[in-house]
Design a protein around this ligand. Sequence first.
Ligand SMILES: CC(C)(COP(=O)(O)OP(=O)(O)OC[C@H]1O[C@@H](n2cnc3c(N)ncnc32)[C@H](O)[C@@H]1OP(=O)(O)O)[C@@H](O)C(=O)NCCC(=O)NCCS
Length: 149
Amino acid sequence: MISVVIRRYLSKDYWDVLQIDKEAFSPSNAAYDVYLYLKYGSVIFVAEINRKVVGYVTVMETEEGNAKIMSIAVKKEYRGLGIGSKLLDEAIRWCKTRGKRKVLLEVRTSNFVAQELYKKKGFKIIGVTPNYYSDGEDAYIMALNFEGQ
Ligand SMILES: CC(C)(COP(=O)(O)OP(=O)(O)OC[C@H]1O[C@@H](n2cnc3c(N)ncnc32)[C@H](O)[C@@H]1OP(=O)(O)O)[C@@H](O)C(=O)NCCC(=O)NCCS
């Protein structure tokens, strides 16, 4: 059994998060992505194995009293080990304790792995944003509603 520690982001994690973002999403724009997470994100959690950062999740509080998962990624060689699930659990817990009504996110319509993860946590597809991504791909909007829970 691997031991995964989920903790708050510290400034020393910057380069690790940058590398994970670069590998997962944007080879050329990772620095801008991380700049956005630090500027607009309300919280970043990282996952550590043997003190090595192997994943992160970023949450942004929105004006409507909701929250949004800005990004979640796990280093390729550590995927499929339950780390994304643990990160998302922590993000959801954080949103609940802050009294958020809903957690929203966007996901590529082709990203079945991430969609499976989100569905497992109770997220439902509530809409589609056409051409959401710079390459023209549509995004599903997914939501986890705490009201009535
Ligand atoms: C999406 C991502 C964060 C998942 O992280 P992970 O650590 O690999 O996920 P976990 O091992 O915790 O798996 C959680 C659930 O996701 C789904 N899942 C994970 N890998 C899967 C695969 N290869 N195929 C289908 N479903 C998969 C399953 O539902 C899984 O639950 P299970 O293990 O009980 O079956 C990871 O794949 C990643 O970094 N992808 C690239 C970045 C990305 O696409 N982020 C999402 C942007 S919206």
